[in-house]
Ligand binder design. Structure first.
Ligand SMILES: Cc1ncc(COP(=O)(O)O)c(C=O)c1O
Length: 405
């Protein structure tokens, strides 16, 4: 939809949103009318360099031509039919995902939080059926983030904080241990623990990559105890961290992995992949979803995955992540730059607020997000070039200088 066809002004649109929508977001004060590759464009065709990519979604570029084509082709064939008949896009995507990441089985959902719900449900059902009714406990990381539905929110290790505030009791059956602390994770497990659930990089928690020792140690410990390792790759999956899945950076494999965001290339889709043995926990009627495995979303995801792999965008994420981070480290007031591929966090010293940097960058038409008090996070499309990085670094520098005057 274009503004000129509605007879309205940009302000009319903002007014309607403010009047009618239940607002839980702090909006960027501009109208995003179109998008292409590294840029969002407002109603006047003004470009905004996009270093948040719809929060780590548009990895092969916004409105990638192959993804757009796939959507247009599929939408006229079958838009929706539920999961009773076989459909072509589901079959092709299931095979592509499983064979690419070395897992046996896939279950499609609509979002990251739903994928994590499915992952938690599958782990619990596996544990209870195999070991008895008390084997449902899951240990997750403090300061993690797994989503905003009750299971995923309860798995999010921020008790009484962040997204859990004001919603009453969480689902029981979870304990939390400090991230990157292997001994603490071991100690948090009890005889009722069936799984450890972990992000390979804590994204919402401030961009903290897991150490090699931690991830390998968790895998070994789970194997030793007959427990499952659940890896949340909703943000890190599909090439963002320099490997197709971040767990590949650690030379390990999960028993179940969740994914969403970049998988759909801009269309809403989530999924879990599991080993053959663990996947048996789900059978007819034990889990389901009306829209999960939607033909149009699956067709888009297949096109996106092909683009990511054919253009080696994991390789570009690694190369550009290193280039970008090295440049960011030279900026004033920077305390630390943390990254894995193109999941990049910059923590400033106490004099610089992350939210203020975000606003200054927005004035200069660079889109980034802020997390915590002094940190900014950037998750640009993986197609970015050195020139895009240089532009972003120059704008962040100007923004920080303006704030420190
Ligand atoms: C690691 C992780 N898990 C789960 C989610 C939730 O995904 P969604 O917003 O698609 O429900 C997010 C979203 O940011 C995430 O970063």
């Amino acid at each position: 939809m274009r503004l000129k066809d509605t007879g309205l002004t940009a302000q009319d649109i903002k007014d309607k949103v403010n009047k009618y929508m239940i607002e839980t977001y702090e909006r960027f004060d501009f109208l995003a009318e179109t998008a292409k590759d590294m840029y969002l464009y407002d109603e006047n065709g003004e470009g905004y360099l996009d270093f948040y990519a719809g929060i780590a979604v548009n990895s092969a570029g916004s409105c990638n031509e192959k993804v757009v084509e796939a959507v247009k082709d599929q939408v006229g064939d079958i838009m929706h039919t539920f999961n009773y008949p076989y459909t072509i896009p589901q079959a092709l995507l299931a095979e592509k995902v499983c064979t690419t990441i070395g897992m046996d089985k896939i279950f499609f959902q609509n979002s990251g939080t739903e994928a994590n719900e499915a992952m938690i449900k599958m782990a619990r059902k596996y544990g209870i059926e195999k070991y008895g009714p008390n084997k449902y406990h899951i240990v997750t990381a403090k300061m993690g983030f797994h989503g905003r539905t009750f299971g995923a929110m309860s798995a999010t290790g921020q008790p009484g904080n962040g997204c859990q505030v004001g919603f009453g009791p969480m689902t029981y059956g979870f304990s939390y241990a400090p991230y990157n602390d292997l001994e603490a994770f071991k100690n948090a497990c009890t005889e009722n623990t069936i799984a450890i659930m972990i992000e390979p990089v804590q994204g919402e928690g401030g961009v903290h990559p897991a150490t090699m020792e931690f991830m390998k140690g968790l895998r070994e410990f789970c194997d030793e105890k007959g427990m499952l390792l659940l890896i949340d790759e909703v943000q890190t999956g599909w090439c963002r961290t320099g490997a197709v899945m971040s767990y590949m950076n650690y030379g390990i494999k999960p028993d179940i992995v969740s994914m969403a965001k970049a998988l759909g290339g801009g269309m809403p889709i989530g999924a879990i992949c599991a080993t053959e043995e663990v996947a048996k926990a789900f059978s007819a009627g034990s889990h389901g979803t009306t829209f999960g495995g939607h033909p149009v979303c699956c067709a888009a995801a297949l096109a996106e995955v092909n683009e990511l792999l054919d253009r080696d965008l994991a390789g570009n994420a690694k190369k550009m992540g290193d280039y970008f981070s090295a440049k960011l480290e030279t900026l004033p007031h920077v305390k630390e730059v943390r990254h894995q591929g193109l999941l990049v966090g910059v923590e400033f010293d106490d004099t610089i607020s992350g939210v203020d940097v975000k606003h200054e960058c927005l004035h200069r038409h660079l889109l980034i997000t802020a997390i915590g008090a002094h940190t900014i996070r950037m998750v640009p499309p993986l197609i970015l070039t050195e020139e895009d990085c240089d532009k972003a670094v120059a704008i962040i520098k100007e923004s920080v200088e303006a704030l420190s005057k």
